[in-house]
Design a protein around this ligand. Sequence first.
Ligand SMILES: [Zn+2]
Length: 255
Amino acid sequence: MKLLTGSRGAMFRITAAIAIFAAAAGCAYNETLGRNQLLFVSQGEMAQLASSAWSDLKKKEPISRDPKYTSRVNRVAPKIIRAAGGNPAQWEVQVFASDQLNAFALPGNKIGIYTGILDIMDNDAQIAAVMGHEVAHVLFNHSGERYSQAVATQTGLAAGSAVVGGSQAGNAAMQALGLGVQVGAILPFSRKHELEADKFGVRYMHRAGYDANEAIRFWQKMAASKSGAPPEFLSTHPADATRIAALQREISLLK
Ligand SMILES: [Zn+2]
């Protein structure tokens, strides 16, 4: 820390070092997204970081084996994963018994969904909307981007070397994964990432044969029942109206 609070010169050298590191290892144009992504870490490295967090979650959060939930999720999830170009055998989708209106994704093809949110879903298409959204977060390595931004702006070289050296992930890494210090607390992604996940989520659900308009009905329902901790995909930003307008635009473009 002493280095960081030192002279402007030292600070500049560190910043410059990060910038060079970013240029060499990080900034890549993603054609599907149509933008540059700052990525110091690959999907595989993020999957490694996430694997212990996922194991912890499964120990601490009760897993539901109630077929009332699992049969619906197991019916929808593989269709969405295939529609997104993935192989369902390489994904793990888990239902957690909790009243929370929440779902989340972790690198390494892991998705968690709570019974609480499944209880308010009217049909499979609404499950597909949430699955599509979460699958998109994983496929576009949004957690990796969040991690890379944290490395570049907050935690400096210490976190960078932790990634490169593959050593234990600290709080910064947990936050980058979207997990609070308390395991099970899901942090929202940025507005940009949320809108991207919405956009590609409706494409996947449409491709899988579901009515994409159900996504709008579902987000409206979520907006109306907003309470307690913000669900991963219902953060304070983007504003609900912005999000729904963006979804409507996207759905109008579906073929
Ligand atoms: Zn999200």
